[in-house]
Design a protein around this ligand. Structure first.
Ligand code: ZN
Length: 143
């Protein structure tokens, strides 16, 4: 186990623009504001959705893309910010529902188009929170 303690830093409220890429926008804000560690919560809707599922045996992501005529509701979308390759990096998971309430979700990747989005980012301050390759899982984990 790795345990580090942090203090609360700045809190940001962000309204995302229609048609932007959800993950790109989150990474852009964290890089612009130099948010090195924190947590993120998003609600809203998307007009297309792309997420990954990490195959623990093959040790690789499998990607799924949904493109609906109608927007999907973001039921839950949260994650964290840490440092990867020397710059702020958002690790985000998303669950989205279609009009019948059927949900899909996973590890958010580029390719998810915002219909509307409201974001809260809470910065946390303290020791650097850095990601590096974990040999067991082959994931980039906190070290
Ligand atoms: Zn993930």
């Amino acid at each position: 186990m790795l345990l580090k303690q942090y203090e609360r830093g700045r809190t940001f409220a962000i309204r995302l623009d229609y048609g932007t890429d959800l993950l790109e926008e989150l990474n852009k804000v964290c890089n612009q504001e130099n948010i090195k560690a924190g947590y993120i919560q998003v609600i809203g809707a998307v007009s297309s959705l792309k997420y990954g599922f990490y195959d623990q045996y093959a040790k690789e992501y499998i990607y799924t893309t949904y493109a609906y005529d109608e927007s999907m509701e973001i039921v839950s979308c949260s994650g964290n910010v840490s440092i990867k390759d020397g710059k702020p990096f958002c690790h985000i998971h998303i669950v989205a529902a279609d009009k019948k309430g059927k949900c899909v979700g996973g590890h958010l990747v580029q390719g998810t188009s915002v219909f509307a989005g409201e974001v809260i980012i809470q910065e946390i301050l303290g020791e650097d929170l850095i990601r590096d390759l974990d040999e067991t899982t082959k994931l980039s984990l906190w070290v």
